[in-house]
Design a protein around this ligand. Structure first.
Ligand SMILES: Nc1nc2c(ncn2[C@@H]2O[C@H](COP(=O)(O)OP(=O)(O)OP(=O)(O)O)[C@@H](O)[C@H]2O)c(=O)[nH]1
Length: 182
């Protein structure tokens, strides 16, 4: 089977670790220094559920609540990874604004989305609990996970999850059962 091409935008507030997560996934390394991104696109072939995916990952510039949402991020993007940092309240608020803008700009009620709480290694500085992250993701019908780019924890899972969400939106995955118990 030829690889499926999928384009994913990684978005969030400044310095939450968008580049670090992307680089950890693509190149398997973590860089401690901070170099703000304008925009970078990375490419990686990733096998998920027996299928090769040619992923294009758009590592976007940090946004805040006042940023203009670039129109290009509402077109030809198959899925979104929204990153906040578990030690930064503002970054958690900013993904709510970005989510709203994505729906506005795409004109859709729902898009394939993974919410990621990054920097779980900073245990003493944590402000946002996993429950808060999960609750927000659930309210959007999105996937959720926490990660650490620094410790390479749950990093490739982010991209597995977004592929799953994209496949689900395309009708290629049937959800189990008709009701869920939580
Ligand atoms: N402790 C810790 N630090 C991290 C982690 N991920 C990123 N950082 C650090 O956080 C800072 C910002 O990381 P970046 O990956 O550049 O963040 P970004 O979201 O791409 O930043 P912008 O390009 O400004 O939007 C850097 O100093 C990273 O080393 C993590 O999981 N744990």
């Amino acid at each position: 089977m030829p690889p499926k091409q999928r384009k994913i935008a990684v978005m969030g507030f400044r310095a939450v670790g968008k580049s670090s997560l992307t680089i950890q996934f693509v190149e398997g390394q973590f860089v401690d220094s901070y170099d703000p991104t304008i925009e970078n696109t990375f490419s990686k072939v990733f096998k998920f559920s027996g299928q090769d995916y040619q992923l294009q990952l758009v590592d976007t510039a940090g946004q805040d609540e006042y940023s203009i949402f670039p129109q290009s991020y509402s077109m030809n993007i198959d899925g979104y990874v929204l990153v906040y940092s578990v030690n930064n309240e503002k970054s958690f608020e900013v993904i709510k604004v970005i989510h709203e803008k994505i729906l506005d700009m795409t004109g859709k009620a729902q898009v394939p989305l993974v919410v990621v709480g990054n920097k779980t290694d900073l245990t003493m500085e944590r402000i946002i609990s996993p429950e808060q992250g999960k609750k927000l993701a659930d309210s959007w019908n999105a996937a959720f996970l926490e990660a650490s780019a620094k410790q390479n924890r749950q990093v490739s899972d982010i991209f597995g999850k977004i592929i799953y969400e994209i496949e689900k939106a395309e009708g290629n995955i049937k959800e189990k059962g008709g009701c869920s118990i939580s």
